[in-house]
Ligand binder design. Structure first.
Ligand code: CU
Length: 143
């Protein structure tokens, strides 16, 4: 099942500005962005589209950024009409599938920024997958 396509797709993605790809793990990210927070709010949410072009499951187990004290993987769920956030210790991306981090669903919870981040700024986040592999992703701060 592991043909040339995942490698080729990885190379093409690596050449575009916002995309990050790792041939080693065959996982890529596009449209990575962080929502700008009002002044004084020490919490931001990060969104992205993750793609697994390998023929096996990939498991995201952690995320880290030197711009934040803490980064957690969260999921917003609505129960009995109330929205709340749940911590996800790991997220599986099934083979040849995409997983969306979007408002109202999965997001990276970025806590206690170490510098002021405004629209247009860049935040570097390392996504860590089971097996010890790390995928660096550049997130753009947007309004
Ligand atoms: Cu959250």
């Amino acid at each position: 099942m592991r043909g040339r396509y995942p490698v080729l797709a990885g190379l093409i993605l690596a050449l575009t500005f916002t995309a990050a790809a790792s041939e080693e793990i065959g996982v890529s990210v596009r449209d990575a962005w962080v929502r700008e927070s009002p002044p004084g709010v020490a919490m931001m949410a990060g969104y992205m589209a993750l793609r697994n072009d390998t023929s096996r499951s990939q498991v995201l187990v952690a995320a880290r950024s030197s711009d934040f004290e803490t980064v957690m993987i969260h999921r917003t769920i609505v129960k009995d009409g109330m929205a709340r956030m749940e911590h996800a210790s790991q997220i599986e991306i099934t083979p040849n599938a995409s997983l969306l981090f979007a408002p109202g669903g999965y997001h990276l919870m970025l806590l206690n920024p170490k510098r002021t981040l405004r629209a247009g700024d860049r935040v570097d986040v390392n996504l860590e997958f089971r097996g010890g592999l790390v995928l660096p992703v550049a997130f753009e701060v947007r309004k």
